[in-house]
Design a protein around this ligand. Structure first.
Ligand code: AMP
Ligand code: MG
Length: 337
């Protein structure tokens, strides 16, 4: 019997995401608000981002030294005297998640392995070390997201969601789950407390009136007044489930909600590939369709962003077409694209 495709990449990605998730949890318990600095785009970035990226890049490099990485962070703010305090903390935290310790120099080099420009050829990993930084800081949902893209196609996706209940029906119960997918091999959930993988799939809803949709907590990331109009047009009556990070894709893929709307708030914003690579494959493998607001597939071959797409719409395959129709009616009432 031949081994399943991408078995080694899947195993390494699981190890890397679990190690980084543990580091993130450690950072959260130690986090002091003064340790948050502000990036140009005003999203807070924490030592957790850097530590998690260092851990994952380091683990990937050991197994796949030739692979490129498109990661969210670079080491600029950790360099020089200004970055010293932060650098020392990041080094300590990153090393707490690694078997072989990094030095200050190799830490910066390791983080900067994530600066690849992306593109249509060859193998690259897309990494968001802490997706949903704002959720992370609030103690709510965030995800460590890693995907392997080969020639522009997402082939492997692994997400660690430390604060997500393992069962959505038991919100106060056990938390911490991992979502794993390989193209053509289905979608799986594994809890942090176990190595057992359970196949997951989207819910098979009978009518849109029973459906629920999810969207960003941050109204600056997705237009919430447009989503309310779209939901009304579709006959969705349940209140939106607002959640940070790619945990939205994870929730959809195990049947907690049926639709994910990410509606542009500005025409110029380009979605980042690390915000969607792993989640979009997970939903596709769980029986959904993921597209942009025009129904076009997400194109991961255009560099570090989804430059030719606008927004994201994910839904069960049975209803995706109807959701796109409603999105178009609300966003383009004159019929112009
Ligand atoms: P979410 O937690 O789903 O709201 O998404 C978090 C991600 O939103 C971050 O990783 C950012 O890369 C991304 N983001 C930042 N600004 C915008 C924007 N204007 N529109 C859409 N996404 C954004
Ligand atoms: Mg992100």
């Amino acid at each position: 019997m031949s081994a399943l495709a991408f078995a080694a990449e899947r195993a390494v990605a699981i190890h890397a995401v679990l190690s980084a998730s543990n580091v993130c949890q450690r950072v959260f318990t130690k986090l002091v608000s003064g340790e948050t600095i502000t990036k140009k785009d005003k999203s807070p970035v924490t030592i957790g981002d850097y530590s998690a990226q260092a851990v994952i890049n380091s683990i990937l490099y050991k197994s796949f030294p030739e692979d490129r990485i498109v990661g969210e962070e670079d080491s600029k703010d950790l360099r020089g005297e200004e970055g010293r305090q932060m650098r020392e903390k990041v080094l300590e935290l990153a090393n707490s998640g690694l078997d072989e310790a990094l030095t200050e120099d190799s830490l910066l080099e390791t983080i900067d392995r994530g600066t690849f420009a992306g593109g249509a050829h060859g193998r690259m990993w897309a990494l968001d070390p802490i997706d949903g930084t704002k959720g992370f800081l609030r103690g709510e949902q965030f995800a460590v997201c890693l995907a392997l893209i080969v020639d522009g196609q997402v082939q492997v996706g692994v997400m660690g969601c430390p604060n997500l209940p393992v069962d959505a029906k038991d919100k106060d119960g056990e938390k911490g789950c991992l979502f794993i997918t390989v193209k053509g091999q289905g979608a799986f959930q594994r809890n942090f407390s176990s190595t057992k993988e359970t196949p997951i799939s989207m819910s098979s809803i009978q009518s849109l009136t029973e459906a629920s949709f999810c969207e960003s907590v941050e109204s600056g990331h997705s237009n919430q007044s447009d989503s309310a109009k779209i939901a009304a047009l579709l006959g969705i009556t349940k209140a939106p489930v607002r959640m940070d990070s790619q945990c939205k894709y994870c929730s959809l893929s195990r049947g907690d909600a049926e639709v994910y709307l990410r509606l542009p708030v500005s025409a110029s914003y380009e979605e980042k590939i690390w915000d969607h690579a792993s989640g979009s494959l997970l939903v596709s493998e769980a029986g959904g369709i993921v597209s942009d607001i025009h129904g076009r597939p997400l194109d991961f071959s255009k560099g570090r962003t989804l430059a030719t797409n606008s927004g994201v719409i994910a839904a069960h395959a049975k209803i995706h077409g109807r959701v796109i129709d409603a999105v178009q009616k609300v966003l383009f009432p004159e019929g112009k694209l």
